[in-house]
Design a binder for this molecule. Structure first.
Ligand code: KIV
Length: 273
């Protein structure tokens, strides 16, 4: 019980240690994951934060959006991933409509933590979501917020488009980033926003930012594992890179990604907006 010793070579990644990484300027490498075998591979090759994203609806289940994913699906995949991890921090997505009000958000998050083994839950947006972020944080459930291209809002956006290109939209995103941090979020994913805007948010916020299509100046990066391995059907998103190309194994591809994030070689300008 309580055997973790801070500073040991195999010390697990914790929520406070992520804040320290921002302070130290040491980039955080994150990937999505949906099963125990890949979880063990990511963990062994230096990934800091493993995310059971509702992207599983698209890359595992074959849907055209994340909207059909249920809480039961995410609990199932989170528990599988948890069995493969030793060190990385486990974050699980709250699917569409599972945080539509505070009581629902608390009950949904409790399942991801208690049944799934997640250390942090992720939810999309600001506005009415701020109340749920505050309620979760008050109950010591760490929260990762997600702004920019929030896939659960695909119908309002009319597609998967870069967000924050107009000055008014950019100012709204900056205000939302401050609001989620003030509500108690410990981490913020910024998806598909111009690199300069993500850099500004990263600089203004005390909490770490994790970018996906948000340029090199975020405190860390996340990719969907299928994109990193070049197996996503269809056109590769601009912000991703096939790290398996030229490597001999999945493990080597993951290690190359972690190294590229840490050394700031990824993302390059060609991966940003
Ligand atoms: O669902 C997911 O995988 C995500 C990442 C793309 C950040 O939200």
């Amino acid at each position: 019980m309580y055997a973790s010793s801070p500073g040991a070579a195999t010390a697990p990644i914790t929520v406070p240690s992520l804040a320290q990484r921002k302070a130290d300027g040491s980039k955080i490498a994150s990937l999505t994951c949906y099963d125990a075998s890949f979880a063990a591979c990511l963990d062994a090759n230096g990934v800091d934060v493993v995310l059971v994203g509702d992207s599983l609806g698209m890359v595992v289940q074959g849907h055209s959006s994340t909207l059909p994913v249920t809480l039961d699906h995410v609990v199932y995949h989170t528990a599988a991933v948890a069995r493969g991890l030793r060190k990385a921090l486990l974050v699980a997505d709250l699917p569409f409509m599972t945080y539509r009000d505070v009581p629902t958000a608390l009950a949904s998050a409790a399942r991801l933590v208690a049944e799934g083994g997640a250390a942090m839950v992720k939810l999309e947006g600001a506005g009415y979501v701020l109340e749920s972020i505050a309620a979760l944080a008050e109950r010591d459930i760490p929260v990762c917020a997600h702004l920019g291209l929030t896939p659960q809002s695909v119908h309002r956006f009319g597609g998967y488009r870069v967000q924050g290109r107009q000055a008014s939209e950019a100012e709204r995103l900056v205000a939302e980033a401050h609001a989620v941090a003030e509500a108690g979020a410990d981490l913020l994913v910024l998806e598909c926003v111009p690199a300069a805007l993500a850099a500004r948010i990263t600089q203004e916020l005390a909490i770490p930012t994790i970018g996906i299509g948000a340029g090199a100046d975020c405190d860390g990066q996340v990719l969907v594992i299928h994109d990193l391995l070049g197996v996503t059907p269809g056109k590769r998103p601009r912000f991703s890179k096939d790290f398996l190309a030229g490597q001999g194994s999945v493990a080597a591809a993951v290690a190359a990604y972690v190294e590229a994030v840490r050394t700031k070689a990824f993302p390059a300008a060609e991966h940003a907006y």
